[in-house]
Ligand binder design. Structure first.
Ligand code: 13P
Ligand code: SF4
Length: 398
């Protein structure tokens, strides 16, 4: 057997400093007085792209290692196109958070390699505690997760014991463990509508935009944690209105983590899979897309011949913090993927007790999806819904 060429993982160009909104919850005594925002800081590594020869070598090496290690790749639509292609070429999957959560459980591989951000790896581990779950980078964060510390969130929930706790997938295992339900963007609206119909009052965390959107659509009684996604927070309304004037026939596709003023302009609001499906099925040839630009790779192959335009993130008055690319998703690359398969070092660990409690909230969502007949694969074929104000439903299969 050939001795593998050592992988130079020290390809890091620099550390990127990141600002994000950090909700501060004031709890005088045991009563929630309100929530304020302050700016907090995090960081992400910025890597150098491999050259063409390295790329070929790394891809071949990853394919060989996946076979040798009985491992499968699960990638999000926002990661580098090379990783998305590799996942598909090797029998893994590229999908939204809901499908990523389910894929590992339904696959015989003993090792699941998650190319995405940490909460995605944790969810895979919680659902498959007996499997080895690896990630190219354990420090790939998410501003929603960072903005919802488990102890503060637990205190918030304790102050409202009469409420059902619903959390978005973009949270830590400990926050999921404190929740009654975990939801993803593709099914959150359906689940909250179901709880609302049962007369339940809800605590929603951590994304204020997605929570606000679901509240508007369902009329639910929801207390919203005030977190946000730093990528989607950057879309600019005035500039988007201008762009639409230049492309009057283009349909606007928006992820519900975007602010309400952006969502209000949308033709379709949906999860990443639902946005891709909209591009495939809508009778239009041009689309403006308000989500991370990593999604364009899949959109172009899923809807060939159609034209995709990035929604603006920076206008005259804006500071471009993210430029529509999640800095933590971008930490996943060929070199650190090959390395983790070789040395097995970046294994996700979840405290077994926390994992057991978190699994209940995730399982509720999976059972609900199954009850709706949203079996695996069907979530890849979402039914397109209309924008708020023009339809009875927002996101989610009707
Ligand atoms: P999806 O579940 O729609 O893929 O969203 C995940 C995410 O983190 C979007 O920013
Ligand atoms: Fe989190 Fe936003 Fe990155 Fe998605 S795009 S992982 S919500 S920071």
């Amino acid at each position: 057997m050939n001795t593998p060429v050592p992988i130079n993982i020290e390809r890091m160009e620099h550390i990127k400093r990141i600002e994000f909104d950090r909700p501060r919850v004031n709890i005088p005594g045991s009563t929630i007085a309100g929530s304020t925002l302050s700016v907090d800081h995090a960081w992400a590594k910025v890597f150098t792209e491999p050259n063409p020869a390295e790329r070929i070598e790394l891809k071949a090496r990853i394919k060989r290692l996946l076979k040798e290690q009985n491992a499968v790749l699960v990638a999000h639509y926002y990661v580098h196109p090379d990783l998305q292609d590799l996942a598909e070429e090797t029998g893994g999957c590229v999908s939204d958070s809901l499908e990523m959560a389910r894929f590992g459980s339904n696959h015989p591989a003993q090792t699941v390699v998650v190319c995405g951000v940490r909460f995605m790896g944790e969810t895979a581990k919680i659902l498959n505690p007996e499997k080895r779950v690896l990630m190219p980078e354990l420090e790939a964060e998410c501003s929603l997760d960072l903005g919802c510390p488990p102890d503060e969130f637990a205190a918030f929930c304790d102050a409202h014991p009469d409420r059902t706790v619903v959390v978005y997938a973009n949270t830590s295992a400990a926050v999921k463990a404190r929740a009654d339900w975990m939801v993803t963007s593709s099914i959150g609206l359906k689940i909250v509508a179901h709880l609302h119909a049962q007369g339940k009052k809800i605590i929603w965390a951590p994304d204020r935009h997605l929570g606000g959107y679901i509240q508007t659509q369902t009329g639910g009684d929801m207390l919203l944690w005030q977190g946000s996604c730093l990528v989607h927070d950057e879309f600019k309304t005035a500039e988007l209105i201008e762009l639409r004037k230049q492309h009057p026939n283009a349909k606007l596709l928006v992820h519900p983590e975007a602010p309400a003023s952006i969502v209000a302009l949308a033709d379709v609001v949906g999860s990443t899979t639902q946005i891709i499906k909209a591009a495939q099925t809508l009778d239009a040839t041009e689309f403006i897309v308000a989500t991370d630009k990593g999604i364009f790779h899949k959109m172009k192959s899923a809807a060939p011949g159609k034209n995709f335009i990035e929604a603006p993130t920076a206008g005259n008055s804006a500071t471009c913090k993210s430029c529509a690319q999640c800095p933590w998703m971008a930490m996943n690359g060929l070199a650190n993927l090959a390395l983790v398969l070789e040395n097995g070092k970046n294994e996700i660990q979840v405290d077994p007790l926390v994992g057991l409690r978190a699994k209940q909230s995730i399982q509720r969502m999976l059972d609900f999806a199954q009850g709706l007949n949203l079996t695996q694969g069907q979530t890849q074929i979402p039914i397109i819904t209309q924008a708020p104000g023009t339809s009875e439903h927002g996101i989610g299969p009707a």
